[in-house]
Design a protein around this ligand. Structure first.
Ligand code: SF4
Length: 310
C-alpha cells in the first residue's frame, strides 16, 4: 500500500545543511569547536546553559567600557559628570563611571563576578586608557564592525554558509591604510602556542571580508591586543601585530579559510548525527575544563574534579 508521502520520496532533501544556509562565527563556533567539540555540541547544539567563565565576563566589560570611552571622545555620550566633551582624553573617573555602567549592564543580564574582579577590571581599563591615550581614540575609523559574507568552499562537498563576526575597531594607520584591532582579555600566548595560531586564523578569516567592505583602503595590519598584559604583573606589551602586506600572508589566509571550512563540515556532521566527539585525553587546557560542567564525568579531562557542597 502506498501513502501520500511516497510521492515525495526522493524529492525532498533530507540533509538540513542542504536546505538551509547556516551561519557560523569564528569566535562563537569555529574556535569553541576547535577547543572542545564535546563542550561545543553540548551548549550550541543541545542548548544546555553555559556557566560563564570569569574570562568571558571580563572580556565583555573591557569591550563595553572601551566602546563607551570612544563614544565619549566622539561626543556621542557624556562623561562621568554628564558633560559632552568631545576630543578630550577621558580621565580615571570617566573610566570608573563607564566600567561601572558596563558591570551593571552585565549584572542585569544575570552575569556578574566577585567585587575584587570589579576593581581589577576597572584598574586595567584605566591603564589601557592612559597607555593608548587620546591619539588611539582619534584614529578609530569605526568600532564594532559587523562582518558577514557567504563562504563558498572550493570543496564541493561543503555547501556554502554564512560567516559572520565583529571586529572591535578599525584604525587608520600613519601610512593611510587600515589596521584591524581585536581586544583579547587574556595574556599574550607564546609564539608557538596553538591558542595564538587559532587567534591568527580568526584574523586571517576576517581580512578578506573587511577588504570587501573597504575596497578603497589597504588593510595593512591585524593587531591582536592582549589587554591582560597591562596588569601590574604583565609585560606592558599588549600588541601582537601581523603584517598583512607580507607576500607570504596570502597562503596563511587561504589555509585559515580551508581550516574554517573543515570545521564547519565537522559541526554540520555533528548536527546531523547529534554526535560531537570527545577530544583526546588531556588535550583541552585546564582553564576550559575547570569552567565546564561536564568535568566531573568527562573521560577526556586529565584532572580529577571532586564535587563539593557550596
Ligand atoms: S571537561 Fe574539558 S574535555 Fe570534557 S567536555 Fe568539558 S571542556 Fe571538554
Amino acid at each position: 500500500m502506498t501513502t501520500p508521502l511516497d510521492n515525495l520520496r526522493g524529492i525532498l532533501l533530507n540533509q538540513p545543511s542542504q536546505q538551509l544556509i547556516d551561519r557560523y562565527s569564528f569566535t562563537g563556533d569555529i574556535h569553541p569547536y576547535t577547543v572542545c567539540s564535546k563542550q561545543y555540541g553540548t551548549f550550541e547544539h543541545y542548548g544546555f546553559a553555559r556557566a560563564l567563565p570569569i574570562q568571558a565576563w571580563f572580556g565583555d566589560v573591557v569591550h563595553m567600557t572601551i566602546e563607551m570611552l570612544f563614544r565619549q571622545v566622539c561626543g556621542d555620550i557624556g562623561d562621568s559628570e554628564g558633560k559632552i566633551q568631545p576630543d578630550l582624553l577621558p580621565g580615571d573617573k570617566d573610566v570608573e563611571f563607564h566600567a561601572t555602567t558596563a558591570i551593571s549592564i552585565m549584572k542585569s543580564k544575570g552575569i556578574n563576578a566577585r567585587e575584587s574582579s570589579h576593581e581589577v577590571v576597572i584598574n586595567l581599563i584605566k591603564k589601557f586608557n592612559t597607555t593608548e591615550g587620546l591619539n588611539f581614540y582619534k584614529r578609530i575609523v569605526k568600532s564594532e564592525v559587523r562582518l558577514e559574507t557567504i563562504m563558498e568552499p572550493e570543496d564541493k562537498e561543503i555547501n556554502p554558509y554564512i560567516m559572520n563576526g565583529v571586529i572591535d575597531v578599525l584604525i587608520s594607520s600613519t601610512k593611510g591604510s587600515l589596521e584591524i584591532w581585536d581586544y583579547k582579555a587574556m595574556r599574550k600566548p607564546a609564539e608557538n602556542d596553538p591558542k595564538l595560531l587559532v587567534l591568527k586564523k580568526q584574523m586571517y578569516n576576517y581580512v578578506e571580508i573587511v577588504q570587501l567592505l573597504y575596497p578603497d583602503n589597504i588593510i595593512s595590519t591585524a593587531v591582536l591586543y592582549f589587554v591582560n598584559e597591562l596588569l601590574p604583573d604583565g609585560s606592558g606589551k599588549p600588541e601582537y601585530r601581523i603584517d598583512l602586506t607580507d607576500p607570504e600572508i596570502s597562503s596563511s589566509i587561504s589555509e585559515a579559510r580551508t581550516f574554517a571550512n573543515e570545521v564547519v563540515k565537522k559541526i554540520r556532521d555533528g548536527k546531523t548525527t547529534g554526535k560531537f566527539p570527545l577530544p583526546g585525553k588531556g588535550t583541552v587546557d585546564s582553564q576550559t575544563c575547570g569552567a565546564c560542567f561536564l568535568r566531573w564525568s568527562c573521560p577526556s579531562t586529565d584532572k580529577e574534579y571532586t564535587l563539593q557542597a557550596p
